[in-house]
Design a protein around this ligand. Structure first.
Ligand code: NAD
Length: 458
């Protein structure tokens, strides 16, 4: 697809927006229903592509990608009409006589850029929110998860007219080209490095953005935690998609008193959930490519491995691996994004809060504790985007709460109502009556007018 063609499609979307029937709420819902139907029809094809790109099993593909998208669509079909309604608000007496209201309007043309790790969910879920809010979309899926990107292109072509949604495939160069166009909103999911480029490009044209980024998400385990259950849930959240999950626990930060017990339970759970030979486990996902494989295996050495560590270059698979680490270790310097789980220890919770808050604000934070006091301390005193108490990653699997980070882990949020709001420009409007015109605001000012203004504005 050449740049001239992309540009002409972009212009078609822009022109069409002003007169489009597609903005009408009933047509948004119609489009969502068709998308729902086509996803169900193409479920096997989507699963096959996820298997090819990441070796995701059917269950994992449905649980962490297709199912989440379908439930977001169901939520929007149910709530979109209510969210799109004009809302009357109270008018201050000083503006008598008038009525005030907030009118939700689509931003217009939206650019959505997505990554490769949950390539279906992270492309289609923001698309669902953008369509619910009445926008047109150019979607740029990742060039790295090419099989899924091809299926997405097919699904979109089958579901939407190009003046409503249009897919542009390609990598960095195509993405840079798109970022030079005058979109009304940019929604980006990906790395901190590229997020910064997106923000800089958007700033040139004052384009509002949402950035869904990453970082190192801590998993804190104190001495009061139910260690068996903690281990089970940490292993689930960390090794799902072979650790290539933006909200995966990046490292365990545990009390030194329970470290040995926790390691024993983690080892037990890794074997229970992934067998004693994960490399040969057909349902265990693989690293997306050699680059990511190398970036992770580089962190493993004889001195730091507690458990696991074997890998197969041919299969691009790495065993779930536990590392003995300190905050100075190499694996503790950047987001890991693979099945490597460093373990560092603490002596008290004040130290934990201080340490966590001294790093970039994480996208997620997990706290395993049976003490309400400790849970509250961690949840209120540490800064992070979202998280769980006594579990991992499940806070993203709901349309009833927003999902996003802060500062380097992201700007803004989506999912459910938050998603609708993200893609909506709320116009605040006062409709003033003409049968009366209070004189106090007009010059020439007098003592009486001054007194009246002070009476109204206090
Ligand atoms: P990435 O930033 O390399 O790529 C994301 C998108 O940006 C891709 O579509 C790519 O084509 C495009 N891109 C890459 N380089 C570009 C450039 N120089 N200019 C313009 N566009 C460019 O990210 P990735 O490797 O695909 O994904 C992994 C990262 O995404 C991790 O850091 C992870 O934490 C983060 N992530 C965040 C979330 C979230 O919801 N917060 C979800 C998944 C992944």
């Amino acid at each position: 697809m050449d740049k001239e063609y992309i540009l002409s499609q972009f212009q078609v979307q822009k022109e069409h927006l002003l007169v489009s029937e597609l903005r009408k709420v009933k047509n948004r819902i119609k489009a969502l229903k068709l998308l729902q139907k086509n996803i169900r029809l193409m479920e096997d094809e989507i699963c096959d592509a996820l298997k090819l790109d990441l070796n995701k099993s059917k269950t994992e593909a449905y649980m962490s990608e297709i199912g989440l998208v379908l439930s977001e669509i169901s939520y929007m079909i149910k709530h979109c009409k209510k969210f799109a309604k004009v809302k009357r608000v109270h008018t201050p007496l000083a503006q008598f006589a008038s009525k005030s209201y907030v009118m939700p309007c689509p931003y217009g043309s939206v650019l959505i850029i997505s990554p490769w790790n949950y390539p279906f969910m992270l492309s289609i879920e923001p698309l669902v929110d953008a369509i619910s809010a009445g926008n047109s979309v150019i979607l740029k899926p990742s060039e790295t998860s090419i099989n899924v990107s091809n299926v997405i292109a097919k699904l979109i072509e089958k579901t939407f007219p190009p003046e409503q949604v249009f897919v542009v495939q390609g990598g960095r160069e195509k993405c840079s080209f798109l970022l030079d166009l005058d979109f009304d909103y940019i929604f980006f999911t990906g790395s901190m490095r590229v997020g910064k480029i997106v923000l800089q490009k958007a700033a040139e044209k004052y384009i509002p953005v949402t950035l869904e980024l990453g970082g190192k998400s801590p998993c804190i385990v104190d001495e009061t935690a139910n260690i068996e259950l903690a281990a089970k849930r940490i292993v689930f959240g960390k090794f799902l998609n072979c650790g290539q999950t933006c909200v995966a626990p990046d490292y365990i930060y545990c009390s030194s008193k329970i470290k040995d017990k926790l390691i024993r339970e983690l080892e037990k759970q890794i074997v229970l959930q992934y067998s004693d030979n994960p490399i040969n486990n057909e349902d265990y996902p693989k690293m997306i490519n050699k680059k990511q494989f190398d970036a992770n295996t580089r962190l493993i050495n004889e001195k730091n491995v507690i458990f696991g560590g074997k890998h197969s270059e041919e299969k691009l698979k790495i065993e779930p691996t536990l590392l003995n680490s300190t905050f100075d270790s190499e694996e503790m310097q950047e987001e890991i994004f693979g099945p490597i789980l460093p373990i560092v220890t603490f002596e008290n919770l004040d130290e934990v809060v201080k340490k966590v808050n001294s790093f970039n604000k994480p996208l997620a934070l997990y706290c395993f504790s049976s003490s309400k006091k400790n849970q509250d301390k961690i949840m209120t005193e540490c800064d992070f985007g979202g998280g769980c108490v006594n579990d991992t990653i499940i806070h993203i699997a709901t349309s009833n709460m927003g999902f996003g980070g802060l500062k380097s882990s992201g700007i803004g949020s989506y999912h459910g109502k938050k998603g609708f709001e993200t893609f909506t420009n709320y116009k605040s409007i006062v409709n003033k009556k003409t049968w009366i015109d209070l004189p106090m605001r007009y010059q020439p000012y007098t003592k009486a007018k001054h007194k009246m203004i002070k009476m109204f504005l206090k």
